[in-house]
Write a protein that binds this ligand. Structure first.
Ligand SMILES: CC(C)(COP(=O)(O)OP(=O)(O)OC[C@H]1O[C@@H](n2cnc3c(N)ncnc32)[C@H](O)[C@@H]1OP(=O)(O)O)[C@@H](O)C(=O)NCCC(=O)NCCS
Length: 385
């Protein structure tokens, strides 16, 4: 069979806003995802929407406000032709990257020519960061209750297992905020962010055009004064922030891009997922990254930039150490501790960050990796073209 290459021809994301109190908290996620999607599609005017074969949207909590196959609702609100199909995908924190991999695979397998993939999350609309006891399977509760462990508590387990100290975590968080602030100051995120409508605290319309989470002047002293959130040493300052946001990329076969006269931005190289113990879910990248290297033949020394989702400093630090990452290449424009982690959108947000940086640094390969609630890791590689 003729093998196709999947290339990314456009990317874009919303600003990542604070859950409950930020600019997107009062906006329905279908609406803010739709506006983001339309902004991304506007970047490829050569593409007739009729030619989109599928729209794949990641969401880590596709229930309630985010329920009812949100992907389909987004295509409808965006005014895409009714023939454009849509699916919602949940692989928790890697959903927004899983969708990109699924889209690329469909293109490589010649099932599709053009697919839009990404993710959305309104953490404002998520009731709990755990599954209520009434919904748990009693047999699994008995045999392996850790399967249901909330992420914050797994971060404590990882910190204990890997001997990560409060001081190390606080230092990591200071770094994340400082790098994110510096990146904002030089406009590093400007080409990624699609300005969209939000609602201010007074109910007035506001323009959401930047990431809201960055706390300038975050200091070791300030962080040291915070109380632990999960009966241990992990605090609000060393956890990823609860956020709202959306991000999308447009993928197509390389032939299709050539036919449409669109210059491809990057090539999808590969993606891998791997499972691990639920109670140590933060260590997921340690299993997924070697797998993606094995499967693609790419080696760590070939990687120019890395986006490692900072679910918690407690897990990011041991992942970086165990995987032998050069810290200078990891989240050099800050991570989720400063910029937020809108669960289902994060994989696509990190893809936007990595592709934008590869272009600015004229690098070749980017690695994107994250841990996944419930005990998994994911890793993907892109090559700038
Ligand atoms: C940890 C957690 C419970 C904290 O929630 P929260 O208390 O609402 O957190 P906030 O960001 O509002 O911070 C609370 C306070 O801590 C302090 N704080 C937070 N970050 C700080 C920093 N960098 N410097 C100084 N103070 C800080 C502030 O006083 C802040 O209050 P303020 O915003 O009114 O100033 C929540 O962020 C969380 O659950 N994160 C993890 C989400 C998750 O599990 N994701 C999935 C991963 S797999």
């Amino acid at each position: 069979m003729n093998q196709h290459e999947a290339v990314i021809v456009a990317y874009g994301r919303s600003g990542v806003t604070k859950a409950y109190k930020g600019g997107l908290a009062k906006v329905h996620p279908v609406s803010f995802a739709t506006e983001t999607l339309k902004g991304v599609l506007a970047r490829v005017p050569q593409l007739d929407p009729k030619e989109i074969d599928d729209v794949i949207v990641g969401c880590a909590n596709p229930e309630g406000t985010q329920g009812w196959n949100m992907a389909r609702l987004i295509t409808q609100l965006a005014g895409l032709p009714k023939e454009v199909s849509a699916q919602t995908v949940n692989r928790f924190c890697s959903s927004g990257m899983q969708t990109i991999a699924t889209a690329a695979n469909a293109i490589i397998a010649n099932q599709c020519d053009v697919v839009v993939a990404g993710g959305v999350e309104s953490m404002t609309r998520i009731k709990n960061m755990f599954l209520e006891e009434e919904f748990r399977d009693p047999a699994l509760v008995k045999s392996y209750n850790e399967a249901y462990m909330a992420p914050g508590y797994t971060a404590e387990r990882v910190a204990q297992k890997c001997g990560i100290t409060r001081q190390e975590m606080d230092e990591f968080a200071v770094r994340s905020h400082a790098l994110a602030a510096a990146a904002q100051d030089v406009g590093a995120f400007d080409d990624q962010i699609i300005p969209i409508h939000g609602v201010g605290p007074d109910g007035a319309d506001v323009l959401v055009d930047k990431d809201e989470g960055v706390r300038r002047g975050t200091s070791l002293e300030g962080l040291a004064s915070l109380k632990p959130c999960f009966e241990g040493i992990v605090t609000a300052g060393t956890s990823s922030q609860m956020s709202d946001g959306a991000a999308f990329v447009v993928l197509m076969s390389r032939e299709k891009a050539e036919t449409l006269g669109i210059a491809p931005i990057a090539r999808f190289v590969g993606f891998a997922v791997a499972g691990c113990e639920s109670e140590y879910m933060g260590l997921g990248p340690i299993y997924a990254v070697p797998k993606v290297f094995r499967r693609t033949g790419i080696t760590l020394d070939q990687i120019d930039t890395i986006e490692l989702n900072e679910a918690f400093a407690a897990q990011a630090i041991p992942c970086i150490r165990t995987l032998g990452f050069d810290l200078n290449k990891v989240n050099p424009e800050g991570g989720a501790i400063a910029l937020g982690h809108p669960l289902g959108a994060t994989g696509a947000v990190l893809t936007c960050k990595a592709l934008s940086r590869l272009r600015r640094q004229e690098g070749r390969y980017a690695l994107i990796t994250m841990c996944i609630g419930g005990g998994q890791g994911a890793a993907g590689i892109f090559e700038r073209l």
